[in-house]
Structures are given as structure tokens and as C-alpha cells.
Design a protein around this ligand. Structure first.
Ligand SMILES: Nc1ncnc2c1ncn2[C@@H]1O[C@H](COP(=O)(O)OP(=O)(O)OP(=O)(O)O)[C@@H](O)[C@H]1O
Length: 276
């Protein structure tokens, strides 16, 4: 059976750049998995996700999605499903998002009736009120509507490029839970690049560490990752007086220590800045 994603000897250089942004990437991503991509600013995470989505044409190496060349026209839809969905930050600057349009009307225009059940459950998960009007929403509320729009049509491979930055903690938690459910219950996989590691300790099956365009570490979470001591997300608040509280917080379920360890040792492209 084909893999969700298979990348062989991929090297990618922007026309304007002298150096490649991706160097000799090899990757196997099975179905029903969640892959987390970690790396410093400029490490190549966005470029990788865009190449995987077919947005940047890459001739040096191969990218197969469900066994089909990511750059061929056949790679867009298969069996009535989108093959890849890429949700990145540029996608969040769509002009329609700021227009005086109702959320229901907006979602109906992209097929809410056809994906009714999925749409309803996404609206519940992301706490969307269908009577909202887009131009009156906060940034985080707009982002939640955009996520419903992006996730409404089922995809085989979801490429998420840090789209959770302005979600509140509950919305982000529910979104991650939804993606975990999706990958468990249907044939799909998620690749997620982020700088926010809270609540992620149990989420990925695999963690990739990128440095200067290369994948330099790969963790198989089941085999390679363990947590020392208990890690309950417990919070104990003791109120001693009107505004005087004492708080105990359990160890947080986060991959922050791992990301910190990796990234602090990474050389950056510009290691020193000299101001004349
Ligand atoms: N449009 C472009 N033209 C030329 N070079 C680019 C372009 N976009 C990105 N790069 C370069 O490619 C490299 C990788 O950038 P990329 O955006 O993939 O990094 P990233 O890991 O996603 O960083 P961040 O965490 O800041 O989002 C960087 O050196 C960057 O300068």
C-alpha cells in the first residue's frame, strides 16, 4: 500500500536565492499518523510544507502523495477527496475574511450543506456562532472560522503551517484533539510545523527536527520518547485571602524542553550581526 507521503532526495532552491532552502530531504510518512516539524526560524519548515503541497514546483527529487506525483494534476483530488490541504499564514490574509459577510453564508459558499455533519462538528469544536459577521470578529475568532473553512472538505494529507498562534488554549486543544481523531478514524495524516509545544507531548507519532534546510533528527515517539516523572496537568489553587492565592501546577504536557534542547544548539545562518 502507498504511503501518505514519500519524499526522495528532495533539494529545493528559490530562484532568488543562492543557497538551497531544502537539502536532500528523505521522508516516509505512513497513514494514520501525526508528524510534528520543529526548527528555528529559517530552518525550512514552511518551504518543506509548501513543496509537499505542490505549491512550489520542485524538479530535484520526488514527492509522492498517496503514491502520486505531488506536482501532477491528478494529485489534486482522488476519490472525491482533496489530496492535500495546506493551511499556512498567507492563507489567513484572504480578503473575504474581513468583509461584511455572515459566517453561515461564508461557510455555505464553500459547501457547508454538502459536508453538513463535518461542518457542524467543526463549528462545535471551534466554538463558532453561525450568526457572527466576519468584519466584527477578533483575530482569534476569524482564525477559527478560517480553520473551519480549511478543514471542511476531507483531505488525505493536511499540512499545517503554524496556524494556531492566535487560538486560545481551549480552541487549540480541541483542534489538536480533532486532528488526532481524524487520523485515527480515517485514512489520512497530518504534518504540523509549530513553535508552540504546549499540549503536544502525547500528540505526534513522529517529530522531525530541521536545521538549515536538512532534517537532522527524527523521533519515533513510541520508541524514542519517554517522560521522566509523572506529568499530570493538575492545577491546585488555594485562596488565602481576597486576592491572595497560592497555586501549584503539575508538570505540563509539553515538548518545549525537547525543542529548546535542539534549537539552542542549532547554528543559525547569520550567527553574528555587526552594526557599523
Ligand atoms: N520566497 C523566498 N525567496 C527566497 N528565499 C526564501 C523565500 N522564502 C523563504 N526563503 C528562505 O528559505 C529558508 C527557509 O525559510 P522557511 O520560511 O522555510 O523557514 P521556516 O523554518 O518556516 O521559518 P519560520 O519559523 O521563521 O517560519 C530561509 O533561509 C529563507 O530566507
Amino acid at each position: 500500500m502507498s504511503l501518505a507521503l514519500e519524499v526522495n532526495d528532495l533539494t529545493y532552491k528559490f530562484a532568488e536565492s543562492e543557497k538551497p532552502s531544502l537539502i536532500n530531504i528523505n521522508l516516509r510518512i505512513p497513514w494514520h499518523t501525526r508528524t510534528l516539524v520543529v526548527g528555528a526560524n529559517g530552518a525550512g519548515k514552511s518551504t518543506l510544507l509548501k513543496v509537499l503541497s505542490g505549491k512550489h514546483l520542485c524538479l530535484d527529487g520526488t514527492v509522492l502523495v498517496n503514491g502520486i506525483d505531488a506536482f501532477s494534476p491528478k494529485a489534486t483530488m482522488q476519490d472525491g477527496e482533496l489530496v492535500t490541504t495546506y493551511l499556512g499564514t498567507e492563507w489567513c490574509h484572504m480578503s473575504i475574511i474581513n468583509r461584511d459577510i455572515g459566517v453561515l453564508e461564508l461557510l455555505e459558499s464553500i459547501g457547508l450543506q454538502h459536508y453538513k455533519e463535518r461542518g457542524e462538528s467543526l463549528c462545535n469544536i471551534l466554538d463558532i456562532d453561525l450568526s457572527w459577521r466576519m468584519f466584527k470578529l477578533s483575530d482569534g475568532q476569524k482564525r477559527r472560522v478560517q480553520l473551519v473553512m480549511g478543514l471542511l472538505r476531507p483531505w488525505k494529507v493536511l499540512l499545517l503551517d503554524e496556524v494556531t498562534v492566535d487560538l486560545d488554549v481551549v480552541a487549540r486543544f480541541k483542534l489538536l484533539e480533532f486532528l488526532e481523531y481524524e487520523t485515527r478514524t480515517r485514512m489520512c495524516s497530518v504534518v504540523y510545523a509549530t513553535h508552540i509545544f504546549d499540549g503536544l507531548a502525547q500528540w505526534p507519532n513522529q517529530v522531525l527536527h530541521m536545521r538549515l534546510g536538512r532534517i537532522v533528527d527524527r523521533l519515533n515517539c513510541e520508541k524514542d520518547l519517554s517522560f521522566v516523572e509523572g506529568h499530570d496537568d493538575m492545577v491546585d489553587v488555594e485562596r488565602q485571602a481576597e486576592s491572595n492565592v497560592s497555586v501549584s501546577v503539575g508538570k505540563v504536557s509539553s515538548l518545549y524542553p525537547l525543542a529548546m534542547k535542539w534549537l539552542v544548539e542549532d547554528p543559525h545562518e547569520t550567527s553574528q550581526t555587526h552594526v557599523a
